[in-house]
Design a protein around this ligand. Structure first.
Ligand code: SAM
Length: 286
């Protein structure tokens, strides 16, 4: 008998047997398509020797494929009601640790010290959409050396995270994330592969931390401030937006002079600037 959790038959059966009521507010949309699950695992390039952290295992459809292919899996689930269900599904699985907790509050560094034998750490998750942006920012600023992160998010968020300068999706989030990781949009996932079906499309993206930083930033805090102010009002140009930085004290002519000297047209908008141009501005202000 097929024992795959990630099918609509098995997942519905588990939910029915446990009389489980899905929580919309926890972003519970369970994946019930083996093809999509296989593609996510493929993107993680599992080699049987790594530690994989999964956020939000739900009833375990992705967890199952991860435990089959990774060295060790640590799954963090917020919903207490799912813990006994997961424990029952994986009673015979020896390379899975289930943790009840909030991924937004978890100290990943100390969690990983419990597994000193694993040199390589990956994160694979079908994220609850309501926390995806703050969680990604947390994961990327945590002092964990992820080999990669393969995550499913709302398609719109995936587009913003992977956007190139000049596109309408490119914004503050794109710059802040792409400063830390190489981003790739892998594939789109339709609502039909979930129970219940979400209202929006989803997409799987891959984030790989840069081995060598893509740009040299002298003062990160200042770099982030510059990026934030460049996008403060999307329709305004750099001359207007950057004037609000403390260094310019509202003086637009000063901004104009400063940018012209750097070889950046003050009439451009933040959404057209590359990482290199943002770092050039921040480094010159430092
Ligand atoms: N991985 C499963 C799948 O693909 O079918 C479930 C994915 S579902 C989109 C998101 C899961 O994250 C739910 O099980 C939900 O309870 C859990 N979750 C929601 N908020 C969380 C949080 N702050 N920390 C950890 N898990 C959370």
């Amino acid at each position: 008998m097929d024992n795959k959790i990630g099918t609509s038959f098995r997942t519905s059966q588990i939910l029915k047997k446990e009389r489980f009521k899905m929580s919309k507010s926890l972003g519970q949309n369970f994946l019930v398509d083996q093809n999509t699950l296989r593609k996510i695992a493929e993107a993680a390039e599992l080699n049987g020797e790594e530690l994989v952290v999964e956020i939000g295992p739900g009833v375990g459809s992705l967890t199952q494929i991860l435990t089959e292919q990774a060295g060790q899996v640590v799954a963090v689930e917020l919903d207490q009601r799912l813990i006994p269900i997961l424990e029952e599904q994986f009673v015979q699985t020896t390379n899975l640790k289930i943790i009840q907790g909030d991924a937004l509050k978890l100290d990943f560094v100390s969690l990983l010290t419990q597994f000193p034998d694993y040199k390589e750490v990956k994160l694979v998750a079908n994220l609850p959409y309501y926390i995806s942006t703050p969680l990604i920012m947390k994961l990327l600023t945590e002092k964990v050396l992820w080999e990669r992160l393969v995550i499913m998010v709302q398609k719109e968020v995936a587009e913003r995270l992977t956007a190139n300068p000049g596109s309408k999706e490119y914004g503050q989030l794109s710059v802040l994330v792409q400063y830390r990781v190489q981003t790739d949009y892998l594939f789109t996932v339709p609502p039909t592969v979930f129970i219940p079906q979400p209202k929006v499309n989803s997409a799987v993206i891959r984030l790989i931390p840069w081995k060598v930083p893509p740009v040299r930033v002298k003062n990160e805090e200042l770099f982030f401030k510059v990026v934030k102010s460049a996008f403060a009002q999307r329709r305004k140009n750099l001359r207007n937006n950057l004037a609000s930085l403390q260094q310019f004290g509202g003086d637009k002519q000063e901004v104009e002079k400063f940018l012209t000297q750097l070889g950046i047209d003050p009439n451009r908008r933040g959404e057209t600037l590359s990482l290199e141009e943002f770092s050039r501005i921040a480094n010159a202000l430092n």
